[in-house]
Write a protein that binds this ligand. Structure first.
Ligand SMILES: [Zn+2]
Length: 272
């Protein structure tokens, strides 16, 4: 008994230590369930980083990039391959900060010079492979109505892969910039006020896309807008929806204390 008690005290002390730091909770004992976030470009975690920080202590997180954002710094960096390398390293740093595992599908950022990200058989096969390996409890990807073709292709390939694998994972959509995600009707609003600083810090890891802190500040403002749309309002929120636009009882979002269902009929101003 004495030894057991001592072990319990040590375990409690370790847990308290972990809770104070940024490291993920120890994965001792039974394997934890996993969540997959699939985005077109490294910095698309702008859409779900707040939620990811709320989930990180309970789930293993995986971030899947459809492309490496090869066209994010213009022509020269696209042609010599340097932008893809820079953004890959940035994604690895962001994932390390969050405590997630990065993966890459291998499509190339749309742009000129014959580059076009595509939901082709290679892309679908790679996502199927990741689904089989990770066996996620939930998959999040771009809402498919979007001004950026790479976001559209990512959503399409994810949907096809889920169907092909007859995957039973919970399936959600997130929004990215207001000028990209279109015809967006949020179903869930998640209060991310407790983790907004961590989200902003994570977005700053995508340094080449965050000139003058623009990406971080834009997303803070968007979270403020989404927070203000809740009734009662919260300081910062992210919004999500499901494939059929209906709530998923006992799903990971429904079970989060930070989540409320916002009625599709709510007066949500259209994205600019
Ligand atoms: Zn993107």
């Amino acid at each position: 008994m004495k030894t057991e008690k001592k072990a319990l005290i040590v375990a409690a002390a370790c847990a308290a230590f972990v809770a104070l730091g940024d490291a993920p909770a120890p994965a001792e004992g039974a394997p934890r369930e996993s969540i997959m976030f699939i985005g077109a470009h490294p910095d698309d975690s702008e859409g779900f980083a707040g939620l990811a920080f709320l989930l990180k202590d309970k789930y293993d997180l995986h971030i899947v990039d459809f492309t490496r954002g090869e066209f994010g710094l213009g022509k020269a960096g696209f042609l010599d391959g340097s932008t893809g390398r820079i953004r890959t390293e940035e994604e690895k740093a962001a994932c390390a900060f969050l405590g997630a595992t990065p993966h890459f599908v291998g499509q190339k950022n749309s742009g000129p010079y014959d580059s076009m990200a595509c939901a082709d058989s290679n892309a679908v096969a790679r996502i199927c492979e990741l689904l089989a390996e990770i066996k996620p409890k939930a998959v999040f990807t771009h809402w498919p109505v979007d001004s950026h073709p790479d976001h559209v292709m990512t959503a399409a390939a994810t949907y096809v892969a889920l169907r092909r694998m007859k995957c039973r994972a919970e399936f959600y959509y997130y929004e990215v910039l207001l000028c990209q995600t279109r015809a967006w009707t949020p179903l869930y609003s998640v209060d991310i006020s407790s983790v907004i600083d961590k989200k902003a810090e994570m977005l700053r890891k995508y340094a080449c896309q965050n000139k003058n802190d623009e990406l971080a500040q834009t997303k803070i403002k968007q979270a403020e807008k989404r927070g203000a749309e809740r009734n009662p309002p919260v300081k910062y929120a992210e919004t999500y929806t499901t494939f059929n636009g209906k709530p998923m009882p006992n799903g990971i979002l429904a079970n989060l204390p930070e989540t409320v269902v916002v009625s599709p009929a709510a007066e949500v101003p259209a994205a600019k």
